[in-house]
Ligand binder design. Structure first.
Ligand code: SN0
Length: 321
């Protein structure tokens, strides 16, 4: 693997999941793979799980992770081409990325969307410039439109929590939930893209009708869209809860209906469904206490799996440099 920006960089999802499981069984089996290699971890936005799990994963492969919170500690970067830099931006990404590429063997980057200009966000203006100018493999730690390390973790978590030998496909339902902030579509886009590419589930997406919450079909094609949440949740094996802002009415919050919150009573007509969320989750706004404090929640186990997903991805890239 030469980079990790989306599922399209993965040759064989099942193999990558098996590799993550092998690291889970034996975290220290490859202490030499990343020896004398440095991972630059660049944050333009906040992070807890991604930062910590990727750092731990890198160390277990013998790598040295170096963290740089560019948003707080660096020069403000310019990303536009051909501008006169007489404003508050001190350095162009062309130099910044090229320089960092001289220091690091792999670079991992977190950069959220602006949620104002859909075209700009969906062109991945920020991460793509690092790809272009850094000259080293780039790993997405959530970009403007995708969050592949999270999605690999989610596939791993589902594969551990379903008995595929039953011959039945699990029903996976991704449901929208209300939120007070306009959130990126990155996590739901990416979950849809990976679940479709994985191909081992019956996949349904449910969200309010009329607010433009339909996600980019480039990621969702193959999934069933059902606007009635109750109907969508029938016979579910996994319920993936996520809030996102409108895609069609870009970046807007067009629905705040609390009845879309995930609560324990909604599990009644499911196959004892397990509830997933990437975290951080706002209790009693997105998911109720009665789920998060009960047996149906996988959220902590899921977050724990982030280490093994990151380790599998870094290992694949290290084998190629
Ligand atoms: C981010 C998102 O993409 O939805 C990161 C998830 C991994 N989530 C948030 O920004 C939540 C912030 C909040 O205040 O609840």
């Amino acid at each position: 693997m030469k980079q990790f920006l989306s599922v399209n960089d993965v040759l064989d999802i099942s193999k990558l999941v098996e590799s993550a499981k092998a690291y889970k069984k034996n975290p220290f089996k490859d202490p030499e793979l990343g020896r004398n290699k440095t991972l630059g971890m660049l944050f333009l936005n906040p992070s807890m799980r991604t930062r910590l799990s990727t750092q731990v994963a890198a160390k277990r492969l013998g790598m040295e992770p170096v963290i740089f919170n560019i948003d707080k500690e660096g020069w403000q970067l310019e990303f536009e081409d051909g501008v006169i830099m007489d404003g508050n931006k001190s350095e162009h990404v062309k130099e910044a990325a090229a320089v960092m590429g001289m220091y690091f063997d792999i670079m991992a980057i977190r950069t959220f969307p602006g949620l104002k200009d859909r075209e700009e966000d969906y062109q991945e203006k920020y991460i793509s410039q690092f790809v272009k100018h850094a000259g080293v493999p780039i790993v997405s730690m959530e970009s403007a439109t995708l969050h592949p390390l999270q999605s690999l973790t989610d596939i791993l978590t589902m594969s551990e929590n379903f008995d595929f030998s039953s011959g039945r496909k699990p029903k996976v339902v991704m449901t929208w939930a209300p939120h007070k902030k306009a959130l990126p579509q990155s996590v739901p886009n990416s979950f849809a893209q990976w679940t479709n590419a994985w191909g081992k589930a019956n996949f349904v997406i449910t969200h309010p009708e009329g607010g433009g919450y339909e996600l980019d079909e480039k990621f969702t094609a193959g999934a069933t869209i059902e606007y009635d949440q109750e109907k969508a949740l029938e016979d579910a094996d996994f319920i993936y809860v996520k809030s996102w802002s409108s895609y069609r009415d870009y970046g807007k919050i067009n629905c705040t209906d609390p009845s879309w919150m995930m609560t324990a009573d909604k599990l009644e007509n499911t196959h004892q469904a397990k509830v997933m969320h990437c975290l951080p989750v706002r209790r009693n706004l997105v998911i109720g206490d009665n789920i998060l404090d009960g047996n149906s929640s996988l959220v902590v186990e899921e977050a724990g799996n982030r280490v093994w997903a990151a380790q599998a991805v870094l290992a694949e890239i290290l084998k190629n440099i």
